[in-house]
Design a binder for this molecule. Structure first.
Ligand code: SF4
Length: 168
């Protein structure tokens, strides 16, 4: 297990790394616009109203907030785009990896898509762990940059809360 103390990041940073590296830079430089975002509000609404009955939220190390439903580690996703699906998958794999590094093994990860009424099981492989190690290092590299990395305008930008910073 190579997840080192000092190389820990928040789950949302893993998520943004896959959505957009420029967004990650903005977020990690105290430019948190997410409270403005209608899409984030939608996500929160799905998050808090779905599967409420057996849900337990646990904060670990003041770093990651985990949602357990029965014995499964669950992330709810509104499934807005392909890049967000990948981001959610890696965010959940990071949680599993993080817990493993603390000796918690054998957990099942599930991404639930409440609106589509379907779910996807996530199993963490050795290869995934190696990728996550590299991602964490790259997140630190991006956070250390003095200005945001460049990024081309894509469809996802239209719904991004940082749009005005990037293109206005
Ligand atoms: S507007 Fe586009 S390029 Fe800018 S932070 Fe958002 S997703 Fe990234």
């Amino acid at each position: 297990m190579s997840l080192e103390i000092g190389l820990q990041v928040r789950g949302v940073e893993i998520n943004y790394y896959f959505v957009c590296k420029k967004k990650l830079w903005f977020f990690t430089h105290e430019m948190n616009m997410e409270y403005n975002s209608t899409l984030v509000e939608m996500g929160k609404e799905v998050h808090t109203s779905s599967y409420l009955r057996d849900r337990k939220e646990i904060m670990i190390d003041n770093l990651i907030c985990l949602d357990f439903v029965e014995k499964e580690l669950v992330v709810n996703e509104t499934k807005l785009s392909k890049s967000m699906e990948e981001a959610t998958r890696f965010q959940l794999m990071y949680y599993l990896y993080y817990l493993e590094s603390k000796g918690v093994e054998g957990l099942r990860g599930v991404i639930r898509y409440p609106r589509a009424k379907k779910s996807e099981e996530i199993i963490l492989t050795q290869k995934d762990k190696e990728v996550i190690d590299e991602v964490i290092k790259d997140i630190y590299r991006i956070k250390d940059m003095s200005s945001p990395p460049s990024a081309a305008k894509e469809r996802k930008c239209n719904k991004c809360s940082y749009y005005e910073f990037c293109f206005c």
